[in-house]
Design a protein around this ligand. Structure first.
Ligand code: 6PG
Length: 245
């Protein structure tokens, strides 16, 4: 596990954008495509704008890039809460990414159907070979959740399924989420976490070996053969001791 702490969000996002470029170049050169799982929430919005800016838009071969979502809110495709709509606004529209390169969650049926269909669509993209995303970008809530893996949820104990539908009591909302086993098959996982309000949970996730992954689900993200990197700003990392930095 690599933990990198940057003085502020701008420096963090620049470093993460460079890392994404490097990963994409290796993936496309080696395997012909870059399979990139996007995070939802608000943290990545500026990063997506940066990736589609003049500084970065020509550094990644978007024609060979395929986008997925680590999780999705179970709402209509045009609902402002959709992670895919946020990505469209801040990334896809600027880069003119074709729909065929965006693997979205279809929420036209039931949550269970959405999860089963999304899992199947991912399998088909990987031509029924083992699913190894080149990069999974994740955020973390101030309760230590990631994707839609929330504290004490049944999905945290999932060992086989790749995608599950979950009802999140505190949000009164169904979500579709990739499971920890699927995320842990990835070649690279990068957490993007900034802000003082995340520092407590971050300490328990990264440094507190006694803390339970049931209480802090982000602890479940331990790529089997992949690289895990935490991109933090100083405020989020303020409770980490020097030894981890
Ligand atoms: C979502 C995300 C979720 C998010 C965290 C952090 O659908 O909301 O997948 O896991 O990454 O809740 O959210 P912020 O970036 O808004 O703090």
């Amino acid at each position: 596990m690599n933990v990198t702490i940057f003085k502020d969000r701008d420096e963090l996002q620049e470093a993460l954008a460079e890392t994404i470029c490097n990963i994409s170049q290796e993936a496309i050169a080696t395997r012909g495509e870059f399979n990139f799982v996007l995070s939802g929430g608000s943290s990545p919005q500026h990063l997506y704008k940066l990736l589609s800016s003049n500084a970065y838009k020509d550094k990644i071969d978007w024609k060979h890039t395929y986008f997925f979502f680590g999780d999705e809110r179970f709402v209509a495709e045009d609902d402002p809460q959709r992670n895919s709509l946020m990505a469209k606004r801040f990334l896809f529209d600027f880069l003119k990414i074709p729909a065929a390169h965006i693997v979205k969650v279809d929420t036209s049926g039931t949550p269970l159907e959405a999860a089963q269909k999304y899992a199947k669509t991912i399998e088909l993209h990987f031509k029924n070979n083992p699913i190894h995303f080149d990069l999974v970008l994740l955020g973390m809530g101030d309760d230590g959740h990631t994707a839609s893996l929330f504290p004490y949820a049944t999905v945290l104990k999932e060992t086989e399924a790749t995608v599950k539908s979950v009802y999140v009591e505190k949000l009164n909302m169904d979500r579709i989420t990739m499971t920890a086993p699927l995320i842990n098959q990835s070649r690279n996982v990068a957490f993007l976490v900034f802000g003082e309000e995340k520092s407590q949970a971050l300490y328990h996730v990264i440094q507190d070996s006694k803390a339970s992954s049931q209480k802090y689900p982000a602890k479940l993200i331990q790529p089997k053969n992949g690289k895990l990197t935490w991109f933090l700003d100083a405020k989020a990392g303020s409770l980490l001791t020097h030894s981890i930095k």
